[in-house]
Design a binder for this molecule. Sequence first.
Ligand code: UT7
Length: 322
Amino acid sequence: MIYSQITGTGSCLPDNCVTNKDLEKIVDTSDVWIRERTGIEQRYIAPKGVNTCDLAHGAAIHAMESAGVTTRDIDLIIVATTTADRVFPSTACLLQSRLDIHGCPAFDVQAVCTGFIYALDVADKFIRSGTSKCALIVGAETFSRILNWEDRTTCVLFGDGAGAVVLQANEEPGIYSSHLHADGDYVDYLHVPCGVSNNYQAIIDGTAYVEMKGSEVFKMAVRMMGAVVDEALEANDMVRSDIDWLIPHQANIRILSATAKKLDLPMERVVATVAQHGNTSAASIPLALDTAVRDGRVQPGQTLLLEGFGGGFTWGAVLLRF
Ligand code: UT7
């Protein structure tokens, strides 16, 4: 039996750190409101000229170094992103070229904030089927590019960044199971209401912005994140106390706490990086994972539950032995 195992993690943030106090100067908000309602203290914003592929590249290099593999070992590249550098080709192809890798499949996955969970599951299936032995999976975003900096209900929430993992074939798990979901009935709750085929002019004009029904999204996020954790545990005959670390999508500390409470998990077993990074969409889970690996919280052999929720709605979880 072939399983897939995460053998290296990496991340990359732009240099430009923007605090809540900085935002007070450009929009009608306050440090106190942002901290109390979201837990966010700062976020990183990519300057002009630094694009999603640049951040993906930085994270990929770190992940390959930490796995002890080289670009010659990589036989699959998947990038989860909502903020691709180009309409086409994919950011994965741009990254492939930047890494001087040639010939292996490379493609993007779009599931907004659940994108990394979707990408990890796709890569796991490539590895389990024997098609790939060493995959590079990246979640990377420059979400700041689709923010309306005059809309305080959204612009204070998001940030830019990238996280990556190397996933390799192994005789032992690795990934135990993945659980992906979507319900397109909720497309209007969290979206950018235009695209290439629909009102392209807004993209040209630079007014293609994120719109969100915040409190509705909040309620669904808590409900679905809780449900998918139970689904993953049940599928593996595990109980909540078997989880060493819950590594959720980082949207709001109150969502993380509510999910933990629902699961009877102390916050000490939840990796929370939302204070430092804000919501980095598809990058948030691998960024949080890499942070906890590098500071020594996550150790080899531990059981991790990664879970995401985002636009679509999409949601999902991956249960794995690190
Ligand atoms: O990544 C994908 C998933 N995304 C999420 O999970 C996000 C989910 N939603 C949330 O995290 C929260 O709903 C928000 C953080 C977006 C909003 O928090 P909330 O507690 O639901 O606040 P609210 O939208 O009910 O707004 C409360 C008040 C409003 O004022 P009034 O109408 O009560 O006078 C807002 O206008 O807070 C006001 N407000 C702000 N005030 C200062 C909204 N944004 C801000 C702001 N600064 N940035």
